[in-house]
Ligand binder design. Structure first.
Ligand code: 3H9
Length: 699
């Protein structure tokens, strides 16, 4: 066969065994190997059935994404799936781990699907800006019906073995551990049934009238949402083709749409984002560090952030002790967590039993001494250095040697926090993003003395709670907030000069952010930033006053007070432009002697985004981020940067660094402001780009 595909004979069962670590992706040699093995099995009279089995931790996780950037190589995946389905001997997919994308398409082309209890199934192509391209959009709706097919293909939802069995996607969930033995046991009966009625492509769509209505409802939902990504639209088109046409025609439409998606910027951006996340956790300096096992977690502070962090750990199966010094706050926190799980049950996201298990994993204390045996403590108290240092001093007193002491600070100096303990090697920042149980980013902030073991433990922990850990250095705001804190003043200045907050936010949402800068500030609470600015002013720093300060001083604190930059109606979180805020802004301009001017959208886009790019290069210059793609991950997973644009730095390179630098230089010339002083790394990157352009044109 090929080096990744083996052919074996077990009595009358041929086994095609795939071994392409780590996830058995369908690279060219795997596709070729499957076809050869299939031919051999079909030519062998002793064989009556064929099993498809994968080595390692999973069934096939899809096409090999790395190959999409290369010229296509035969055989194509549709050739393989069609050959499997055409086989006159039954092909049985033996599924463990995850059957994803092209892997699920192989399973759908097989005549029987047997799965282990823990198996999961999905069509995540849409998350890569693609559609399933090997018959998935045609076979899945025929097998499980259009509503579930839409969920899986358009929304990328994964289902477990039980749901797969209930929907008819798998024929049997195996009781034993050995897929091969179970297949051998079932072989005689499957062989008797044969393949004739088992080819999914010749089935008709179940409940066609309902299917069409469901398709139309989804299409209008998509139009109304104004979503910008193309892949979900193309997924729906392909499913519609399955409803309206015979398989061959539907498959032709699917192929066309797949190839269109494969060449799109959306796919290139999302594929970059996918690999950037995986690159972020590969840290050469930690290659030999052994993570410590974490068996128990305490979260200090029962406020919104602490609760979200506690839920993240409970969801991942960790026992959690919630700590607060205030009994009422603690009870409120425990209550909120319990209610969160009740809501998950009511929405059908979690079974009552699973929710109860998580709630049972939670206990609480008002007493530091109760933390003495805990492996990891995450402090989530308010953002005050004085309070955090006092907490860490207590933790140093009570916690066992080797326990990891983490702070969820979003800005403060980890070294200063660590200095309040006698164990700086065990102190680290774990910066969660709100809502902490939902946002995928975890900035792992290292202090000067944080040990490699602590860093490696924190990075492994991030993965085990389903977060994307990014290792960053210590500076005000770390990577994410430091960049954000450059965008905010720029957005404020644009409004001072004459734009409206609504205009600035619209430009950002048109770019692809889910929320504009000011809607986000309202959500976080304007008083938070105000307090931080006041603290800096009081410590002697020169922090210019802005109209945002004026809004806070007029009691406009954001969503929580019903008014901030925008106005909010009761029970409605949608921001509405507000005359009162505009009046206060106008009065501020007048007091400053500013005559408002017309600000073009293009200026807003450039100033808000280029200031971020310049700061990101400064962060790289200082070694606070390890590489450009780590910055992409931080902004994609923590701040809603549109991942189909790849990430801040990936987008900046596409936008053109020489052009960005030219604008930055001119803004620096006009304003003399530090944020527009070109970063060294940006200058070097542009020099390099110019050098590359010269050598390629002369060579
Ligand atoms: C498709 O199938 C299109 C077809 O419909 C049509 C074609 C015509 N290819 O995530 P992990 C690598 S599109 C290449 O850390 P986990 C990954 O980069 C595909 N490489 O592990 C990493 O490499 P490295 C549809 C892949 O256990 C290593 O495997 N399928 C692929 O946390 C481990 O990955 C998908 O979108 C791939 N398809 O999670 C599935 N997948 O060690 C995408 C992974 O060098 N994959 N790698 O950094 C996943 O969702 C997760 O990787 C998975 C395992 C759940 C499978």
């Amino acid at each position: 066969m090929t080096s990744q595909v083996y052919y074996e004979r077990h009595q009358s069962l041929a086994v095609i065994r795939i071994n392409n670590p780590p996830v058995n992706a369908l690279s060219q040699s795997v596709r070729e190997g499957i076809l050869h093995a299939l031919e051999e099995a079909l030519a062998d009279d002793r064989i009556s059935a064929i099993g498809l089995l994968c080595e390692g931790r999973t069934f096939i996780a899809g096409a090999d994404i790395r190959e999409f950037s290369q010229p296509p190589q035969a055989p194509s995946l549709p050739e393989v799936t069609n050959a499997i389905e055409a086989s006159e001997k039954p092909v049985i997919a033996l599924i463990h781990g995850t059957a994803l994308g092209g892997g699920l398409e192989i399973a759908l082309a097989s005549h029987y699907r047997l799965a282990t209890k823990g198996a999961r199934f999905g069509m995540p192509e849409v998350n890569l800006g693609l559609i399933p391209g090997a018959g998935g959009t045609q076979r899945l709706p025929r097998l499980v019906g259009v509503p579930l097919a839409i969920e899986m293909i358009v929304h990328g939802r994964k289902i477990d073995a039980e749901q797969a069995y209930a929907s008819g996607l798998v024929d049997e969930i195996l009781k034993g551990d050995s897929l091969l033995q179970s297949c051998l046991d079932l072989c005689p009966s499957l062989t008797n049934i044969g393949v004739a009625g088992r080819r999914v492509s010749v089935r008709s769509i179940p409940k066609p009238v309902e299917a069409l209505a469901c398709l139309e409802a989804e299409e209008s939902r998509m139009r109304a949402s104004g979503a910008k990504r193309q892949a979900p639209v193309q997924c729906l088109r392909a499913i519609r083709a399955a409803v309206e046409h015979v398989f061959a025609e539907g498959a032709r439409v699917e192929r066309e749409l797949f190839l269109e998606c494969k060449g799109s910027d959306e796919h290139l951006g999302l594929a970059h984002a996918f690999f950037a996340e995986r690159r972020a956790i590969k840290i050469p300096e930690l290659a030999h560090a052994n993570p410590e096992p974490i068996r128990s977690v305490a979260v200090l502070g029962a406020g919104t952030m602490g609760r979200g962090i506690a839920i993240s750990f409970l969801d991942a199966g960790f026992p959690v002790c919630l700590f607060d010094i205030d009994q009422a706050a603690l009870e409120k926190g425990l209550n909120a967590i319990s209610k969160h799980y009740d809501r998950s049950v009511a929405k059908g996201r979690l079974s009552r039993e699973a929710a109860d298990n998580r709630i049972h994993g939670l206990n609480s204390t008002l007493n530091y001494d109760a933390l003495s045996d805990i492996d990891l403590i995450v402090e989530a108290a308010i953002e005050s250095m004085q309070i955090k240092c006092a907490i860490f001093k207590e933790l140093d007193r009570v916690c066992r040697p080797g326990a990891i002491l983490a702070s969820n600070t979003s800005t403060l100096d980890i070294d200063q926090i660590a200095a309040s303990t006698g164990r700086a090697a065990d102190v680290i920042g774990l910066h969660f993003f709100s809502p902490a149980n939902i946002m995928r980013l975890l900035e792992v902030v290292t202090g000067t003395n944080t040990s490699n073991t602590t860093k490696a433990t924190a990075m492994a922990l991030a993965k085990s709670i389903g977060k994307v850990g990014v290792l960053v250095g210590n500076c005000y705001g770390f990577v994410g907030n430091r960049i954000l804190y450059r965008r905010l003043p720029e957005a404020i200045s644009l409004v001072t000069e004459g734009a409206t907050p609504e205009q600035v936010d619209r430009v950002m949402t048109e770019f692809g952010f889910p929320m504009g800068q000011f809607a986000m500030s309202d959500l976080a609470g304007l008083d938070v930033g105000y307090r931080a600015r006041e603290e800096r002013r009081q410590s002697g720093e020169e922090v210019p006053r802005s109209w945002l300060d004026v809004l806070v001083e007029h009691g406009r604190l954001g969503q929580k007070s019903g008014a901030g930059v925008y106005r909010y109606e009761a029970g409605d979180r949608r921001p509405k432009e507000d005359e009162e805020a505009l009046r206060l802004i106008a009065a501020f301009r007048e007091a400053q002697g500013v005559v408002p001017r017309r600000v073009e959208d293009s200026e807003i886009r450039e100033r808000c985004l280029y200031v971020m790019v310049n700061e990101a290069f400064k962060i790289l210059d200082e070694g606070v981020a390890r590489c450009e793609s780590d910055i992409d991950v931080v902004w994609n997973c923590g701040y809603g940067f549109p991942a189909d644009k790849g990430g801040l730095m990936y987008w900046a390179r596409k936008e053109g660094l020489p052009f960005i630098l030219e604008r930055i230089r001119s803004l620096y010339g006009e304003t003399g402001l530090e944020q527009w002083q070109p970063a060294r790394g940006l200058l070097a990157a542009v020099d390099q780009a110019n050098f590359d352009a010269t050598t390629s044109s002369t060579g």
